[in-house]
Design a protein around this ligand. Structure first.
Ligand code: FE2
Ligand code: FE2
Ligand code: FE2
Length: 166
């Protein structure tokens, strides 16, 4: 584990790079939608590079443990989100009348509970985790096992909105 200041810097750098990755992928999709595939490709190339930086910082922080440790970290992180992070965020959005943010927070909040449950189940069954397919709702991030539901239990999206994860 690195010394204090470097640890803080790695954490901040990891956040920035991880954020840039998702932002550039969203920008790439927008460029593609506008028919500008060259700029889309450029955004995807740089997004890929930012992932390399993010992963390198993560390794330098010593934050990739055994799968058991990683599942524990993931359970803690998902649980923090639906117990401590999103509830006050939802309240603030309601207070400020920010409908889109409120919906975004509410959907994520519900999906995080499901994520935590799936991680928990895997953690309890290590190393022989059940072989099952996962389907992710492309609207809210809800995850179904075995098959996509007719409608998403969190956001109501139709079956077609689910993507199977390889
Ligand atoms: Fe970078
Ligand atoms: Fe999550
Ligand atoms: Fe959904």
């Amino acid at each position: 584990m690195p010394k204090d200041k470097t640890k803080k810097n790695l954490k901040e750098a990891f956040s920035g790079e991880a954020q840039a990755n998702r932002q550039y992928l969203a920008f790439a999709k927008k460029a593609d939608d506008e028919g500008n595939h060259q700029v889309g490709k450029l955004f995807r190339a740089v997004a890929e590079a930012e992932t390399i930086h993010a992963n390198s910082h993560l390794r330098a922080m010593g934050m990739i443990g055994s799968t058991a440790e990683n599942l524990d970290a993931a359970i803690a992180s998902e649980t923090y989100e639906f117990t401590s992070m999103y509830p006050p965020f939802i309240e603030d959005a309601v207070a400020e009348g920010e409908k889109q943010a409120e919906r975004s927070f509410r959907l994520a909040n519900e999906a995080e509970k499901v994520h935590a449950g799936l991680f928990q189940k895997a953690r309890e069954n290590l190393p022989a985790v059940e072989s099952v397919d996962y389907y992710v709702c492309s609207v809210c991030g809800y995850i179904a096992e075995k098959e996509a539901p007719d409608t998403c239990p969190i956001c109501g999206a139709k079956k077609e909105a689910f993507k199977q994860v390889e």
